[in-house]
Design a protein around this ligand. Structure first.
Ligand code: 5GP
Length: 154
């Protein structure tokens, strides 16, 4: 059993937050340092550090509620534009080792400075042979997991 994370403590109500949603498996609250108005964190009650460690049940519960939370954040921000961000591991920008999805509205009139997620997207290229090799690698990994499910799920 690992030590409670910051988000465990928020979920338990030991630390304050602006909670906007909760059910048996998921809690959502405002990010304390928002990128834009309505920036939400959507967090499983399950204390998994990364998506790779999360149960199918918690992942499904998050997936069920994300569209609703996007719609609500769009109303609160006044913008239908948003990004969903989910970091896994410190090297990937994850500061809190408890799975969380950011819902980040992108606000600001067209042609004016935006508020929201800044991305530095650098497209690579994928050759046909390389694509086949990578896809095959991933399919084999999926088949292996289907035969020996990680975490006992599926
Ligand atoms: P990460 O970098 O791990 O994907 O994102 C962690 C997020 O948690 C950051 O956006 C940060 O602002 C937010 N955060 C950190 N501490 C707290 C806190 O005590 N309360 C809330 N509501 N958000 C927090």
């Amino acid at each position: 059993m690992r030590a409670p994370t910051l988000f465990d403590r928020i979920i338990q109500g030991e630390l304050p937050s602006h909670r906007v949603y909760e059910d048996d498996l998921v809690v959502a609250f405002l990010d304390i340092a928002p990128q834009s108005r309505g920036h939400l964190l959507v967090v499983p009650r399950e204390s998994a550090a990364t998506m790779a460690e999360l149960s199918d049940e918690s992942a499904a519960a998050i997936g069920r509620v994300l569209p609703r939370l996007c719609r609500a954040a769009a109303i609160a921000s006044g913008s239908p534009l948003s990004n969903i961000l989910q970091n896994n591991g410190r090297g990937a920008g994850q500061a809190v080792p408890h799975v969380h999805f950011h819902v980040i509205p992108r606000t600001g009139p067209r042609g004016k400075p935006f508020s929201g997620l800044e991305t530095d997207w650098r497209p690579g290229s994928l050759g046909g042979a390389e694509g086949q090799r990578i896809a095959e690698h991933i399919r084999i990994a999926l088949e292996a997991e289907a035969e020996a499910p990680a975490g006992g799920d599926a």
